[in-house]
Design a binder for this molecule. Structure first.
Ligand SMILES: Cc1ncc(COP(=O)(O)O)c(C=O)c1O
Length: 499
């Protein structure tokens, strides 16, 4: 039942208070005309889950099913998925070859799930199928061994990956970051300090939270010091980027002068993802690497969102010419099955006492099957060339949006972009961003023939006013063309509402 308060639907775009906290994005609950069923699901979920569970999905799109780069809402409206979850479904939604491989690695026979069974009627003899254990805590399975071997081989295909010899699994990116830092802190108790690049996002739990954000956030860990990451200099990708590294070098020197060999490790992201999509020149990372090598500081590259092809290279450390001591992987690693990992030097990983990196879900057989299926896909087709070919088309399409006056800066690479909103007609950039997310969700609306036109699924803004565009890597050139045209038209429609 739709509550009475929700019956009066409002299709106008509601500007959001730019200073409001992130919860303002969905309070009061978004209600869309003609979406009785979706409105009901939104309402029900808002009663069953705390608001803190949600972050960047202001429209709270109710997704009924998905295929490739498209979602369909409960009402049957098609949305281009410009999020890939949060950069997870790099191979698209329900990719058949991947699904078959996943099932095969899980040892599910073709008839196991649906064959020979009428409805839900299962005879006693058929009650259990034969396959991999669904969980194999603290045991050994061949799929776990295979996943480790294949992942190490994949990471070491370039000389830059040669330090990445051992895998510690995790269920989420935050846990994998926590584990990477845990390993580093264990190396030498006299080196308890961690350097982290400012405004990064590494997760919200434990040590991953300690290195997220900046010194001005709440509940800071005294072991962490933040260092600068380029932002202002690289606000727009169309300008030739040359940055003055001396500022960053001086900062590193002064921090070394203050803390010296108390510093044990440094964690950074290839590009600032959650912090607003800032993609630095390679030289910046090489400066960090040089500093780490000079002072025997362990370098952690957090590729949770950049790995598995997002940047146009299989791993971002290749793209940025960095040889990390540890690389943290997640999201696209399982194409939707929850799995993350830290890969690093055995020397340090094996120093941790027995059990210290263990938990229920790490190295779960199903997660391992997903990793191997994903690696198969990446290794059996040249997805990276495809992504690199799409890059200039994506950049051209996104830069064209500046003509609407709603977008001021565009940046990104491969298949991950940030478009920064401009102030417009008295609205703050954050208000413009919120209006665009809502306008894209509502899309072309009801057509004259009674069918719904397409929309675009976007997450809420990063750093208040940056919209991320990150479709599955498998988006075709035709889909790039049509989706960029649609985005342009939808932005023009948003502009018209405010003009
Ligand atoms: C770079 C980076 N590291 C770590 C994380 C945390 O991953 P998870 O949300 O799986 O805990 C994220 C999530 O967005 C991320 O982008």
């Amino acid at each position: 039942m739709v509550p009475a308060s929700m019956e009066k639907t409002d299709q106008t775009l509601r500007p959001v208070d730019s200073e409001a906290s992130s919860t303002a994005w969905f309070h009061p609950l978004e209600v869309f005309a003609g979406e009785d069923e979706s409105n009901k699901w939104r309402q029900e979920l808002s009663e069953l889950e705390p608001p803190a569970h949600r972050t960047y999905t202001p429209t709270q799109a109710v997704l009924a099913r998905s295929s490739g780069i498209y979602h369909w809402t409960t009402e049957g409206r098609r949305l281009y998925d410009f999020t890939s979850g949060v950069l997870v479904s790099n191979l698209g939604h329900n990719p058949l070859r991947w699904m078959r491989r996943f099932a095969r690695y899980s040892q599910w026979q073709p008839n196991l799930l649906f064959g020979d069974i009428e409805g839900d009627e299962i005879t006693r003899a058929e009650e259990f199928g034969m396959g991999l254990p669904m969980t194999a805590y603290n045991s050994v399975t061949s799929i776990e061994v295979l996943a480790c071997e294949r992942l190490v081989k994949s990471l070491q295909q370039t000389p830059l990956g040669r330090r990445l010899e051992t895998i510690a699994w995790a269920a989420s990116g935050s846990e994998a970051v926590h584990k990477a830092l845990w390993v580093c802190l264990n190396r030498d108790p006299s080196r308890p300090m961690i350097l982290a690049t400012r405004y990064g996002y590494h997760g919200k739990k434990g040590l991953s939270n300690a290195v997220t954000g900046s010194e001005s956030d709440r509940e800071r860990d005294p072991r962490v010091r933040f260092i600068g990451f380029p932002r202002e200099e690289i606000r727009d990708q169309s300008a030739a980027v040359s940055i003055d590294l001396s500022v960053y070098r001086k900062e590193l020197e002064s921090i070394w002068a203050e803390y010296g060999s108390k510093i044990g490790c440094l964690i950074t992201e290839p590009y600032l993802g959650g912090g607003g999509s800032y993609h630095p020149p390679r030289e910046y990372h090489q400066l960090l690497q040089q500093f780490c090598r000079e002072h025997d500081i362990l370098l952690i590259f957090d590729e949770v969102q950049a790995n598995f092809g997002r940047t146009g290279s299989m791993y971002a450390f290749e793209k940025y010419g960095v040889e990390p001591d540890f690389v943290v992987l997640g999201k696209g690693l399982g194409n939707g099955v929850p799995v993350a990992a830290v890969a690093g030097s055995s020397k340090w990983m094996k120093m941790l006492p027995y059990g210290e990196l263990s938990d229920t879900w790490s190295a779960n057989p199903l997660s391992c099957a997903a990793v191997v299926a994903t690696l198969d896909e990446f290794e059996s087709r040249d997805l990276m060339s495809h992504v690199r070919q799409m890059e200039p088309r994506m950049l051209a399409g996104l830069n064209r949006l500046k003509e609407t006056g709603l977008i001021s800066y565009v940046r990104g690479e491969g298949m991950v972009y940030g478009i920064e909103c401009a102030p417009f007609a008295g609205l703050a950039p954050a208000e413009v961003a919120a209006a665009i997310v809502s306008g894209c969700y509502q899309g072309q609306g009801l057509q004259s023939d009674g069918t719904w036109g397409d929309g675009i699924h976007l997450l809420g803004p990063l750093a208040k006013c940056v919209l991320r565009v990150s479709p599955p890597l498998v988006i075709t050139s035709e889909q790039v063309k049509t989706s960029m045209e649609l985005l342009y038209d939808l932005l023009k429609a948003v502009r018209q509402r405010f003009s």
